[in-house]
Ligand binder design. Structure first.
Ligand code: TRP
Length: 361
């Protein structure tokens, strides 16, 4: 992992000290292979191999920004919690919670809002992109359809991070600006009141593959071209069969079996690389050169992915059928999280002048 931020920040200066890793997952969809390879697998692995404290949470208050379907938010919270646990996240080892179960977070967000410059938020990529789309249209207000939630998204994210004094925040490239803003917001608060918040650093893993979807574009929910990790709940067709079907649908060119094929021009090969060992990858390259048929290449790809995912399926199905167990896990996480958040919010309130007038017996 490469540390993406400014080298002279607090977190890297304190590199001999323990790290506190924190990341949020927005519950607004069904996890797909791209999410697994790009976020779930590396996050779980990085924790398994380290001694550092870790906080992972479902960012449902971020999820409701732009998703107005209560059923999607609710179902996706369940699916995503079940996915992370089934894929090996140990809720004893990691503090795993739902953002909305920690009410101190939105309280802190309000406090931070009151010292965060509006101009800083004007520069946020997601907000600017929304304004740009409006500006291109004639007779449309630049802020049309933009909520205060979208505008203040980075402040809530800063509260998520600063609440726990996280030092390292693993994120995708699109989120780096938000971590920089959290540093900025922390710096302003620390300067104005007293030093309270640790300045976080974004951690971007440059080696993480971006997967291509069924249609040849980047695999993304917004293109409806994804291969779901565990499939949709469906008693008629098993999760394994759904994955097989999706893989068989990946678009290829029209080359026939026995024609030599270019692996570097193939979505199949690219996905294969995300699951295979270097020796298996080299062997597959040779098979492409030798003209493996697309049908066979798809079957090999399915078997490879299935070897890795199949062992998680039973646990996933068990959790999906037993939401009470999931809820208990999330409540355990919330209790752990709130041990920190109550103290941190109290410190922030005291710093700004909000504290009891006198002690009552
Ligand atoms: N905004 C992040 C995303 O869309 C999710 C998120 C919310 C997050 N709060 C966070 C990530 C805090 C890291 C730290 O992916």
């Amino acid at each position: 992992m490469s540390n993406n931020s400014n080298p002279d920040n607090q977190a890297s200066e304190a590199s001999t000290e323990a790290k506190r890793i924190l990341t949020g997952i927005k519950p607004t969809g069904i996890p797909h292979l791209g999410n697994y390879v790009g976020a779930i697998r590396p996050a779980i692995k990085s924790i398994q191999n380290s001694e550092h404290e870790a906080f992972f949470f479902l960012a449902d208050y971020h999820g409701i920004i732009g998703c107005y379907d209560p059923a999607v938010i609710h179902e996706s919270t369940k699916v995503i919690a079940a996915t992370w646990i089934a894929c090996g996240l140990d809720p004893e080892r990691v503090t795993f919670y739902r953002q909305s179960d920690v009410p101190e977070i939105p309280e802190l967000a309000w406090i931070l809002n009151c010292s965060c410059a509006k101009g800083l938020m004007n520069r946020a990529h997601a907000y600017k992109a929304a304004v740009d789309i409006n500006t291109e249209k004639a007779d449309v207000d630049p802020d049309q359809g933009i909520t205060m939630g979208l505008f203040g998204y980075p402040v809530l994210m800063a509260a998520d991070i600063l609440m726990f004094n996280a030092t390292h925040v693993p994120v995708g490239r699109d989120q780096v600006q938000h971590i920089e803003m959290a540093r900025d917001i922390a710096g302003t608060f620390n300067h104005r009141y007293k030093t309270l918040f640790t300045l976080p650093s974004a951690v971007v893993d440059e080696d993480i593959p971006l997967l291509t979807g069924l249609d040849g574009r980047k695999m993304s929910k917004s293109y409806s071209n994804t291969i779901p990790l565990f499939g949709e709940p469906n008693p008629q067709i098993s999760s394994e069969k759904q994955m097989h079907k999706a893989i068989m649908k990946i678009v290829t060119n029209s080359q026939l079996p026995d024609e030599p094929k270019d692996p570097d021009d193939s979505a199949l090969f690219e996905i294969y690389k995300a699951f295979a060992t270097p020796a298996e990858i080299a062997d597959m390259r040779a098979q492409y050169a030798a003209g493996i048929g697309w049908g066979d290449a798809k079957q090999v790809l399915f078997d490879k992915i299935n070897d890795e995912i199949a062992p998680f399926r039973a646990r996933y199905e068990e959790l999906m059928a037993n939401p009470k167990e999931l809820e208990e896990i999330l409540q355990m996480g919330a209790n752990k999280a709130r041990r920190h958040s109550r103290k941190q919010l109290d410190k922030a309130r005291r710093a700004i002048g909000i504290r009891p007038l006198a002690k009552l017996k």
